[in-house]
Each structure stands twice: as C-alpha cells, then as structure tokens.
Design a protein around this ligand. Structure first.
Ligand code: 5GP
Length: 190
C-alpha cells in the first residue's frame, strides 16, 4: 500500500479548489482520450513554461503514445494577477514542428490572449495538426476566441495557485489547485 500523507497547507491558502486526487483522475482521463484521438500516431507536446510543467509531466505519463517534448516561454504577469494583454516570446522551440501532430500544453486559459498568440505562432510553422490541452479554463474571462480541445476543469473567475501555477513564483509545488487568502495580494488591486 502506498503511504498517504495529508496535503501540505500553507497559511496563505484559503481554500483547495481541486484536490490532488481529482487532478490525477482527470489527467488520467485526458491521457486515455489522447490515446484514442491519436491512435497509431505520435505527439509533440509543446509545454508552456513554467506553469504547465507539472501538467505536461503528468499528462505525458498518462498516455501510452510516444510523446516528444519541447518548450516555449512567454512573458508572464510577474507579481500581478491580471494579464497586461501584451504577449512576448521569451524562449522559442528547440526543434521545428513541420508535419508533426502538436499538442500545446497550457496550465490555464484566462482571457485567451496568451494561448491565441502561441497558437497562431505555431500554426504558421506548418504542423500536421495543432490542438491545445489546458488544465484549467476560466471561461468567464475570455476576451480572445481560441479553441481549447482538451480541458481539465472549467473554473470560476478566481486567481488560483498550485500544480504549477504561481503567485510571484511561489506555490507552484502545491499538489492541488487552491485560492489564496485575499490579504496575500492586498495593495495590488487584484
Ligand atoms: P491569458 O492570456 O489567458 O489571460 O492568461 C494566461 C496566463 O495567465 C496563464 O498561462 C497563467 O500564467 C496566467 N494566469 C491566468 N489566470 C491565472 C490564475 O488564476 N492564477 C495564476 N497563477 N496564473 C494565471
């Protein structure tokens, strides 16, 4: 029997929105879905740094398909909890994606501006197919129309951390998705 231990709860956490078990179950489902949709093929994961790292790592192990991995990084909010709307490419792919079945792996889609930018950028490079897997979808805040073929969870408009998502580079290593106490970002107008 694997040893189980209660999830660590930092004092800044107000509420756990998605438990590690719920995430694990959903990621397993998505992995099986990928196996069906890409049966007989192979996939190139394009993981968006840094927030999507845990999701990409778990999702690639939840599928029996051959998966290659590459990374892009785009400008982030820094310590702010809202997007500026300006997206900048900080790190490009290591390899071409022409003729490949590409899956963009993202942590969360909020306004859709970041994903819209990355989707367009990669589409211009001639992949055979291009889809998106996002762990979280904050659908209420969408500004840019962008297709997300695989969604882990639709969540309400709240700023979340954990399972890769940070606030000012903290909380990425929490195994669950949580909401912080409001006083953590007091003074910033979030
Ligand atoms: P969008 O361009 O869709 O507005 O924002 C997408 C990016 O904003 C995500 O990749 C993520 O880095 C960040 N983001 C959006 N909502 C949240 C949130 O609730 N928590 C955290 N930590 N980051 C978020």
């Amino acid at each position: 029997m694997p040893e189980s231990r209660p999830d660590y709860l930092p004092p800044e956490v107000q509420e756990i929105l998605l438990s590690s078990e719920a995430i694990e179950r959903r990621v397993r489902e998505l992995g099986r879905q990928l196996e069906k949709d890409y049966a007989g093929g192979r996939l190139k994961f394009v993981c968006i740094l840094k927030g999507a790292v845990p999701f990409a790592a778990d999702l690639m192990r939840a599928t029996a398909l051959p998966v290659a991995l590459d990374f892009v990084a785009v400008s982030s909010y820094g310590a702010a909890t809202r997007t500026s709307g300006v997206v900048r490419l900080l790190k490009d792919l290591e390899h071409p994606i022409e003729g490949e079945d590409v899956l963009i792996v993202e942590d969360i889609v909020d306004t859709g501006l970041t994903l819209g930018y990355i989707r367009e950028l990669l589409a211009r490079r001639g992949p055979r197919s291009l889809r998106v897997a996002a762990l979280l979808d904050k659908f209420e805040r969408r500004v840019a129309e962008v297709d997300v073929e695989y969604v882990g969870f639709r969540i309400p408009d709240r700023f979340v951390v954990g399972y890769g998502l940070d606030y000012d580079e903290r909380f990425r290593n929490l195994p669950y998705v949580a909401v912080l106490k409001p006083d953590v970002y007091r003074g910033e107008g979030a």
